[in-house]
Design a protein around this ligand. Structure first.
Ligand SMILES: Nc1ncnc2c1ncn2[C@@H]1O[C@H](COP(=O)(O)OP(=O)(O)OP(=O)(O)O)[C@@H](O)[C@H]1O
Ligand SMILES: [Mg+2]
Length: 240
C-alpha cells in the first residue's frame, strides 16, 4: 500500500525527519508513537505532500507520491485527519463533510450520497447534527466530523494525527470503536498516537519515533511484552 524509503523532510533549511523507512501493507493498521516534537505530524505532512520532501522514495502501489501535488495525493486515496481537527467552524456539519468529498475518487463508483450514508452510519451523531455549525459541536463530535470529512473522499489510506487528544474517556471509546470498525472493513490506517495503550490496542505494528528517526518498529504483540514499556521513549532515546 505505502512504502517510504530514506525520506528526509523538514521546514526551511532544517530537516525534521531523517532517512525514514516505513512500509504499510494493505489493510494494516500501524501506529507511530513518540514524544512531543519527535516529527510525527511532519511525517504525515511528508506523506500528504504538504511539505517539501528533500529526498527518498514514497510510493503508493505504482504511484510515485514524490512527484505528486497534495491534491493529487488525496485523489489517489490518501486522507489526513489533522492534529487539532481543523474543521470549518462557521460551516454546517453537512457542508464540512461535503468539502471532504471534493476529491472523491471517480474510480470505485463512489457517490456523494453513498459517502454520506457511510459516514452517518459510522457516526450517527453527525447525522442528527448535520445542520448544526461545526463550531458548536463538542470536542468529541468535532473529532468525529474531522474523521468523517476524511472518509468522504473514500480513501484507501487514512492518516490519523492524535485523534483522541483532549477527549473524555466515553467519547474516546466511541471513536476507538469506529476506528476499529474501519480497520475491520479493510481500510489501511496510519495512526499517530501518544497514548501507548490506545495505540497498542488498535494497531498490529507500531514504530517509535525519537528526534525524527524511527528507533524501533515491532509488532504490538512484542511491544506489549517489553518490560521497559512505560519508559520506552526514554530507554530508546538513551540508547542513541
Ligand atoms: N511549520 C513549521 N515550521 C518550522 N518548524 C516546524 C513546523 N512544524 C513543526 N516544526 C518543528 O518540527 C519538529 C517536529 O514537529 P512535529 O509537529 O512533527 O512533532 P510531533 O511529533 O507531531 O509533536 P506533537 O506530539 O507535539 O504533535 C518540532 O521541532 C517543531 O518545532
Ligand atoms: Mg504532532
Amino acid at each position: 500500500m505505502l512504502r517510504l524509503e530514506g525520506i528526509t523532510a523538514g521546514y526551511g533549511a532544517i530537516d525534521v525527519i531523517r532517512g525514514l523507512e516505513l512500509e504499510l501493507r494493505d489493510g494494516e493498521t500501524v501506529a507511530i508513537l513518540g514524544p512531543n516534537g519527535a516529527g510525527k505530524s511532519t511525517l504525515l505532512s511528508a506523506i500528504t505532500g504538504t511539505i517539501r520532501r528533500r529526498s527518498g522514495i514514497a510510493r503508493m502501489g505504482e504511484r510515485d507520491l514524490m512527484r505528486m501535488m497534495s491534491h493529487e495525493i488525496v485523489a489517489a486515496g490518501v486522507a489526513l485527519v489533522p492534529e487539532g481537527r481543523q474543521i470549518f467552524q462557521p460551516l454546517s456539519v453537512r457542508d464540512n463533510l461535503r468539502l471532504g468529498a471534493v476529491r472523491l475518487a471517480r474510480e470505485g463508483g463512489h457517490t456523494l450520497d453513498e459517502r454520506f450514508s457511510f459516514v452517518f452510519g459510522l457516526f450517527p451523531r453527525l447525522k442528527e447534527r448535520q445542520a448544526q455549525h461545526g463550531g458548536t459541536l463538542s470536542g468529541g463530535e468535532q473529532q468525529m466530523l474531522a474523521i468523517g470529512r476524511a472518509l468522504m473522499s473514500a480513501p484507501r489510506l487514512l492518516l490519523l494525527d492524535e485523534p483522541f487528544l483532549g477527549l473524555a474517556p466515553m467519547v474516546v471509546s466511541e471513536i476507538r470503536a469506529a476506528i476499529a470498525g474501519l480497520r475491520k472493513g479493510g481500510l489501511t490506517i496510519l495512526l499517530v498516537e501518544q497514548k501507548l495503550d490506545v495505540a497498542l490496542d488498535l494497531a498490529t505494528r507500531a514504530c517509535v519515533m525519537i528526534k525524527g528517526e524511527l528507533k524501533l518498529t515491532d509488532s504490538t504483540e512484542n511491544l506489549r511484552r517489553r518490560d521497559d514499556l512505560n519508559n520506552l521513549y526514554f530507554s530508546l532515546a538513551a540508547g542513541e
